[in-house]
Design a protein around this ligand. Sequence first.
Ligand code: ADP
Length: 499
Amino acid sequence: IPYTFNDPSLLDTRSFIGGKWIDAANGDKFSVLDPSDNEKICEVADLGREDTKQAIEAAQTAFKTYRKTTARERRWLMRRWADLIREAKDDLAAICTLELGKPFTESLVTVKYGTDFIDWFETAIERQYGETIPAARGENRIFTIRQPQGVVAAITPWNSPIAMVTRKVGAAIAAGNTVVCKPAPETPLCAIAVAKLFEKAGGPPGVLNIVTSSIEKSKLVGEEMTQNPFVKHLSFTGSTAVGRYLHAECAKTFKKTSLELGGNAPFIVFEDAKLDKAAEGLITSKFRSSGQTCVCANRIFVHRSIMDKFSSVLQEKLSKTFHYGSVWDRKVNFGPLYSAKAFEKIHAQIDDALQKGGKIHDDKGNLVNGVNGHAEEPDLGPNFFKPKIITGANKDMLFMKQETFGPLAFLVPFDSDAEVVEMANSTNAGLASYFFTEDISRVWKISEELESGMVGVRVGLISACEQPFGGIKDSGVGREGGRDALNEYTEIKSITVGI
Ligand code: ADP
């Protein structure tokens, strides 16, 4: 790769248990592929159920002492960790580019986003206040304290391989818990590097454990995490199907769960919207990270009276926003899809849309009758797929029910506020929604009516460390980030004292 590491030791292929870097007990390994050419990058330790049990036990042992650390001590640990991540930002971005295929410049943004979480939790640690409560019985006094829960299991996805780790692990560790984290099989190297920096920051052995596993073995890791009684909380980001399964398994031993699952975000452009702003917001929301985030716009509703005008403004801006090329070129800001699997899903949605009357436009606005798939840009690799706009989209198409997770924008016309709110809410998902209007009463009314955990009004980017992030309906339970995040990883204890 055209990059020289400042600290080559950050590129490791082992798991991290109880402060030791280890391979699977039986020596198993799995391959990590480079999305820009599907070639093998390296082989990583493939841990199974017994290894996971050991990691949980190491975390439980560490919890006995770590739980007694003061908020100030944990704060300095977090500060050192964040500083080391900042110092290593180029190396971390390079690892992200390598295993996720994200353009290097975009990877730097991701590293910054990941560091933001640690910074935010660090400053919140010392503000974990309890309450005093007026007691009905005059001889008593009641107050509350917040305590860590114990071992937290974290399962993270591939699409943001640093921030998804720091958002969960950072909050849990800041609150005084210990963690066993299983990163996605596609992107384990970022999690390993972040754990190396935690170790370097002086993180005590067993406080953060990383269990790497293949797609096949992840199921075994999940079984141990959901069944082991030491695990008190499972935090998961990923698909709704896997989240549903893990939630049900955790219910058997009453583990708390934080689940951030699939979205199917509506993006509404009302007739009074500023079209330039709306188009820019849509490009950010829909095409950022090649459309591979759970808060990406998925169903784009445009008022019928402005559909043609909006489509041409969007097309015009789209043709100027993205630069394609090698993901290592700093001018490039659009990368390939993460895998061949993602490619197939997009093609299924395109075929479906074509059959149902949709028209496909490429990033220059040219009408295309189909997609040449892998031959589209041979120099840019087998998983490269340029942004496309689909006009004439309708309610019967696959994308209405299924998250696209790729750079395809389906534009659906609507005629009234009531109709668009009903269409927007006609899904089981409820993660993010977006809308553009200049009408103040619509700002309030539509924000309140949309069924989602997060709403972006006149913005296409809502993700931020200080904001409670999470969904309703089938998009999950709990909130990550912001002031509520540390509360998720603590229990309230009420103490009644007789005087
Ligand atoms: P995606 O399709 O985006 O990869 P998944 O929900 O399959 O979404 O994966 C998200 C994370 O969940 C990954 O780390 C993956 O390895 C993990 N995972 C998938 N299935 C299981 C399971 N049965 N038990 C534990 N972890 C799982």
